[in-house]
Design a protein around this ligand. Structure first.
Ligand SMILES: Nc1nc2c(c(=O)[nH]1)N[C@H]1C(S)=C(S)[C@@H](COP(=O)(O)OP(=O)(O)OC[C@H]3O[C@@H](n4cnc5c(N)ncnc54)[C@H](O)[C@@H]3O)O[C@H]1N2
Ligand code: MOO
Length: 406
């Protein structure tokens, strides 16, 4: 059993707590990282970030092509109105040209197939152009889609599904992208047992690593999930040293607060060139951020929602800084608050919400921490980040809520 003794922790000095923005800014300023580049197959590049400008190797269409399903004709025949087509022969005076098709060079204009009437024998019996016929009507010029050597994506652009198609069309087979930042995650706690094990009295399931891995991968990081470490300073130190060798960012989870077995922050205080313990944001107040050997080490608080919030503002912010690009902000809408919210004036607070559309309005019901884990997980679909400087929000007040991708 761990012994009770007076804690010597910066976390006790609540007036020294920093805001989220201050904490992240300081961490970013002290972080020395090298962004590496790797060449990967195009089909594996979805979600990756280009490390250089990309130029097309192809010209498309290779030659002028039909711009719709139609009939290719000679413009001269239509110069003075609808021609006498009674003796026209397919291949000689006109030819079928579907959208994107190349056609014989003797034709220069395409008319909609809907503008033609054919007999059962396939002879033209009527041509009624639905719009003005001009030379080159419905013809897509060579290179109208892509020109060889044209800039298609810029350094720093993300490769999304539509752009994957663009790159394939541009003849790109391998592409240079930034290597993903490697993030080590170390769960710690004497009470923790691996997910899937039988849980006994005094134990708790280590569940955060699955959530953490999913979130980090979504944000473009490579994850190294470590086995559970006991709350023992020397063990924790060994694992942190191992993680520092392989990762760009190290996340230590649990032991951030005032418990008798909470060694993480005191260990970080000894090992780091910089340490900030405590943030003015609830939940996740006891987060400790440190810099060791120029690398950010974040001690995420143990409770799942506190870990979620710290990942959301701190670790996501670090990944964004690594790639040099902002993540799209979550969409926001106005909603009517269906229960009051209260919080300390000098802290901000992440409030989980159940958002429901009632007629033309949205109702936002704050989800109490006292609700059961499953009820929270099922109903949580939006977020309100209650800012510093206000203590209370009343029922029926209109608040701006962030929509979550659930
Ligand atoms: N006397 C005080 N007690 C606490 C304070 C305080 O200021 N004074 N702060 C509270 C706040 S706020 C938070 S947040 C927590 C932070 O706790 P720790 O980071 O020290 O986390 P642990 O004590 O190790 O664990 C807390 C809780 O979370 C569970 N946990 C931990 N890791 C995982 C994991 N990987 N997967 C699932 N669950 C995990 C752990 O079993 C505990 O139940 O401190 C408050 N206390
Ligand atoms: O800050 Mo703690 O995360 O409130 O529960």
């Amino acid at each position: 059993m761990a012994k009770l003794k007076q804690k010597d922790s910066a976390y006790l000095c609540r007036d020294k707590f920093a805001t989220r923005a201050e904490t992240l800014e300081k961490l970013i300023n002290l972080w020395h990282f090298e962004k590496k580049i790797e060449s990967i197959e195009l089909k594996l590049s979805s979600g990756r970030i280009c490390s250089e400008d990309i130029f097309s190797k192809n010209t498309l269409p290779v030659c002028r092509a039909a711009g719709a399903d139609g009939v290719a004709v000679r413009y001269v025949d239509f110069e003075n109105g609808i021609p006498d087509f009674s003796n026209w022969r397919e291949g000689q005076d006109y030819v079928a040209a579907d959208m994107g098709d190349d056609f014989d060079d003797k034709f220069d204009t395409v008319l909609w197939i809907e503008d033609f009437q054919f007999s059962n024998q396939g002879k033209i019996i009527a041509i009624t152009p639905s719009d003005e016929v001009f030379k080159g009507h419905l013809v897509k010029q060579k290179g109208a889609m892509l020109q060889k050597d044209e800039l298609v994506l810029k350094k720093g652009d993300i490769i999304n599904p539509f752009r994957l198609g663009l790159l394939a069309s541009a003849g790109i087979k391998n592409i240079n992208v930034y290597k993903k930042p490697v993030i080590a995650y170390i769960p710690s706690g004497n009470e923790l047992v691996m997910a899937g094990s039988e849980v006994k009295r005094g134990e708790n399931i280590e569940s955060n690593s699955l959530m953490v891995e999913y979130m980090l991968q979504q944000w473009g990081a490579e994850t190294e999930i470590f086995p559970i470490v006991k709350d023992e300073k020397s063990e924790l130190e060994k694992v942190i040293d191992k993680a520092l060798k392989i990762a760009d960012i190290i996340l230590l989870n649990g032991g951030s607060s005032m418990g008798t077995e909470d060694y993480s922050s005191s260990l970080l205080a000894e090992k780091s060139e910089y340490l900030q313990h405590g943030v003015r944001s609830i939940p996740g107040i006891p987060v400790a951020v440190a810099v060791i050997n120029g690398k950010p080490v974040v001690n995420l608080p143990g409770p799942p929602f506190a870990a979620w919030c710290t990942l959301d503002w701190c670790v996501k912010g670090l990944i964004s800084n690594y790639y040099g690009r902002e993540f799209m902000p979550r969409p926001k809408i106005n909603a009517r608050l269906k229960n009051s919210i209260q919080k300390p004036l000098v802290h901000e607070m992440y409030v989980r919400l159940k958002l429901e559309k009632i007629g033309e309005e949205y109702n936002a019901l704050p989800i109490s921490d006292k609700m059961r884990y499953s009820e929270i997980a099922i109903s949580w679909n939006a977020l309100f980040i209650a800012p510093i400087g206000k203590e209370k929000w009343e029922i029926d007040e209109i608040i701006e809520v962030e929509l979550l991708d659930v």
